[in-house]
Structures are given as C-alpha cells and as structure tokens.
Ligand binder design. Structure first.
Ligand code: KIV
Ligand code: ZN
Length: 514
C-alpha cells in the first residue's frame, strides 16, 4: 500500500449503532454492510459480538456476506470477548479483532479501577491472545487523547510487540483540538521505537464539533487509518463523518495529497440508507449530504454557478452521487421502461418483485402525475422493509378536520392471516389511527419518534414516515411511504411493530403482546 493511502475504517454498524435509538436489525445491517463494501470501505466494524446474541449473529452474517472489505469485531480486553469475537469473524475472507482498553488516569482509576501496571499487562495479554486467534489485530487505547504520554508510548510499544498491526488512539470524549491531537500523533512517531511496524489509526468523537478536523490533522501528522461513520452517526455527538473526511481529502489534494479507495459517487446513496434505517435524518445544511449542501439559493450565487460552476462550487454534486431526481415515468410508461429504470437505479429484483413493484408503480401513477427517480426508490424500498410482516394493513379510513371532532379512524389489519377491524378516536388523525392499531394488536411498546418527510416537491409528493417504538429497552425504527401521509404513518407504525415481533420471536424475550 502506498505511503499516502488512507485506510477507511467504518464503524457505522458498531459505534454508530450505539447511539440511543439507532439500533438496526440483521437485514438492515447486512444492507448497510453491502453498501459499505460496494463503496470501497477497507474495514467494516460490524459489531461488538459479546454485547448480545444479535450482535454476534450480525458480525457473523456480515463476515459471511462481505468479500472485499475486512470484517472486524470489537472486544474488551477479556478472554471471553476476544474468543467470541474470533468465532464471529471466522467466516470472513479477511477478519480483524479490535480489542481495547482505557489508558487515561481518569478511566483507569474510576472506570477500570486498575493500576497502570495491571492495565499494561492486560494490554499485552489481550493483544497476544487476539493475535493467536487472528492474524489481523487492532488495539485501541481508549481515552488515548487524555492519556499521559509516557504511559501511552509504553502501551503502544507493547501492543505492537504483542502483535497488533494497527494501533488506534481514540479521542473518546471528543475533547481534543486539531493541533494538540496532531502533536500527540507526532509524539508517538518520535518516541515509540517500533512504531513503523504498525498502522496508526485515529477515532474521533464530535462533542466539540471537531471530529473531522482532528482526524485530518492526525493524518497530516502520520496517521494512516481513519475511523468514521456514515452521516457522522455515533455515541453522543457522533463520530467523524466519513463523507466529510473523504471529500475533504479529495477536494484539497493541493494540501493533503492522500488517497482513499472510496468511490465517492456512492456517498449519497449510503447516507440516505443509513438515515432511513436509523430514523436519524440529516440536517439540511449538513456538509456533503445535507439537502442544501449543493443548493444555491441566493441570486448572486445562482448567477455565478450558471456562468461557471466553480465560482461557488468546490465539488460537484455528481462527485457525491447526487443526481437530479429526474422526471422519469408516468401513467403510460410500460413495463420495459420501468425495468430499465430499476436497473438504472441499481436494483436487481426477481420477476415476482418486479411484477409487484410495477403494480405499485401503476397505483402511484394514478395518484401522482409526475413520477421521479426518488419516488421509485421510495416505492421499492417501502416493500423491501415489509417482506416478512406478520401484521399488514388492509384498509384505513380517517375522518378529521374542523367538523369531525374528535378525529376518528377505521382500520382493517391482517394479523397472522386473520382479518380484524375496529374504529377509534384520538387527539388527531395520527393518534386515532395508532389507537386503532393498539386496539387490534394490544402491546406495551412506547412511541419514541414520529417523523415525516416528503420524497419530492409538491403537495402530491409521497410522504416517508419514520416511527420509533421502544419495548423493554429495545428500540426499533419502522418506515412507510405513501402519497397519503396517514397511510404512510400506519405502515411505519406496523413496520416497527413487526420488527419488535421478529426480535421477540428470535430472543423469546418478554411477550410484547398484552
Ligand atoms: O470511542 C472510543 O474510544 C471507542 C473505542 C472502543 C475504539 O469507540
Ligand atoms: Zn468511539
């Protein structure tokens, strides 16, 4: 690998998933992992196998499914963690064990309640064990940015001697500032005698909004692996955003002549997938992937961009895979044109799926005059999330407005094959519809998020609704799309409920249904 090649280590599925509310099911994790692989991510941190049976299964299934990227699992400095992690990554063509231990005085004293000598010994023991089980081992000095330099140098040197090929220096609490963090990395290069035997990695949290700046400063000081997540998802204020890191490197080659293997044209697709699955919408003015990131509203800017794009554009929308949502098809478009459009959008559906999607496209064309690329994406994705649902909506009627007080909903559901119907009122139409669901399928899950966004412009746009439900400390996100916001809302609620049921079936946890 060339000296200026930056290894991209994506931890959306591990650190990203640790954000409260961002949990994902196995299918969603697999879809994200395949997307990361397709975009050229070098290492995918797929989960923390000891954390739960679901995490173990996800790491193992991703290890099975991914061929191009290295698949990594996280483990504390404990034999049971490391052994289980090795088991989970076993099917991987290229697997990595990532083991970590805190090294800062604060963490050693209050979190670990261990003396520095004990921590140092545990570093050597854990890395050596991991290295016995896997050729590719990464060691992280948790809270590395607040660790005393002498002790950090000692632990890094010992971890490398014990077999770590990658050593990561996290800014775990997002406390560092760029020149301080760069100096820390430079200090390690100056003082650790065997540092040339390992790749130095950085992992920055965004508590002060400096995760990307700190990561780039560290790269300039010699770090060659950067840990990051799509959309900057992650604990608290999140991790360094992959799209920002990669595009900063690509755009400022004059000052940062480093390369990654990321196909930047995949960025928008990956960002939308992660936002959709987690329900963590991207703020409109977010760099690279926000809805306004390439919008030039002010007249003077528009004029400049029209005359010569580079006047105000430092990168092109196409370079991050942002295509104008083209007017594609209409009521009279045929099956052949529809299939071509699916291919163009990157879908490969079997015949039954195509037939089903085509039928739903025709239904949509009856309700909406102009159908755009984004409509087709919403339509296909809407079915993907619903394939194994036990509870499905058959019909929904809503009576609301100033004359219908209180708002009333009538709902028909098919629950495990049986048709059930009821009506209910509520404070508003959404409340009334959700009350119907609770009547037909009594449950204890609490609604934690209800969010709507329009797929395209115009009042006939499809609405995509996200619903987050929580039951017994487990939270899931459901999605639904329809030109009728109320129908989309019930679809999203049912999708979340179906996910809780699927998880319940798997774990035989406390019964969801009352
Ligand atoms: O933030 C952190 O220190 C981590 C480690 C486990 C790498 O996530
Ligand atoms: Zn972290």
């Amino acid at each position: 690998m060339s000296a200026n090649r930056i290894i991209i280590f994506d931890t959306t599925l591990r650190d990203g998933e640790q954000s409260p509310g961002a949990s994902m099911n196995l299918d969603e994790k697999l879809r994200i992992a395949k997307t990361l692989e397709g975009m050229g991510v070098d290492i995918i941190e797929a989960g923390f196998p000891i954390a739960s049976g679901g995490d173990f299964e996800a790491v193992r299934e991703i290890a099975n499914a991914v061929a191009q990227s290295t698949v990594c699992g996280l483990a504390r400095a404990l034999a049971k963690d490391i052994e289980l992690c090795a088991e989970a990554i076993k099917p991987a063509r290229r697997g990595r064990i990532h083991t970590f231990l805190s090294t800062s005085p604060l963490h050693m004293k209050h979190k670990l309640q261990m003396e520095p000598e004990q921590v140092h010994e545990a570093v050597i023991k854990s890395v050596a064990l991991a290295r016995n089980l896997c050729d590719d081992v990464e060691w992280s000095a948790e809270d590395g940015s607040r660790t005393e330099h002498d002790f950090l140098c000692r632990c890094v040197e010992s971890a490398i001697d014990a077999g770590a090929g990658t050593v990561n220096i996290p800014d775990t609490v997002g406390y560092a500032i760029p020149n301080e963090y760069a100096d820390l990395i430079a200090m390690l290069f100056n003082r650790v005698p065997n540092i040339d035997k390992a790749v130095i990695s950085v992992h920055c949290h965004n508590d002060l909004g400096l995760a990307v700046a700190n990561s780039l400063a560290a790269v300039q000081a010699g770090a060659r692996q950067v840990e990051c997540t799509i959309n900057g998802l992650g604990e608290r204020a999140g991790n360094a955003a992959m799209e920002e890191l990669v595009m900063a490197l690509r755009t400022r080659q004059d000052l940062m002549p480093f390369q990654t293997a990321i196909k930047t044209e995949h960025i928008t697709k990956a960002s939308r997938l992660v936002a959709g699955v987690t329900g963590f919408n991207v703020q409109p003015n977010k760099a690279i992937v926000g809805a306004n990131a390439f919008a030039h509203e002010a007249g003077i800017h528009q004029d400049g961009v029209l005359k010569y794009a580079a006047t105000y554009e430092i990168m092109t929308p196409e370079s991050v895979g942002l295509r104008e949502s083209k007017l594609v098809l209409g009521k009279h478009s045929g099956r052949h044109a529809f299939i071509e459009k699916l291919k163009d959008l990157g879908y490969s559906l079997d015949e039954t799926e195509v037939n089903d999607a085509f039928k739903r496209f025709k239904d949509l064309a009856d309700k909406k005059k102009d159908i755009f690329d984004d409509d087709i994406v919403a339509l296909v994705d809407d079915e993907v999330v619903r394939v194994n649902d036990h509870i499905r909506m058959i019909s929904l009627e809503i009576m609301c407005g100033t004359k219908h007080r209180p708002p009333k909903a009538e709902l028909e559901l098919r629950i495990n094959g049986a048709l059930k119907a009821c009506s209910a009122t509520g404070g508003g139409p959404v409340d009334a519809a959700f009350n119907c669901v609770k009547k037909l399928f009594p449950h204890e899950a609490a609604l934690r998020l209800y969010q709507v966004h329009a797929v395209t412009e115009g009042t006939d746009a499809q609405a995509v609704v996200t619903v987050r439900l929580e039951n017994d400390n487990e939270s899931v996100n459901g999605q639904g799309a329809d030109t009728d916001t109320m129908v989309a809302s019930v679809k999203a609620y049912l999708n979340a409920l179906n996910k809780l049921l699927a998880n319940q079936e798997k774990s035989s946890a406390k019964a969801l249904s009352a």
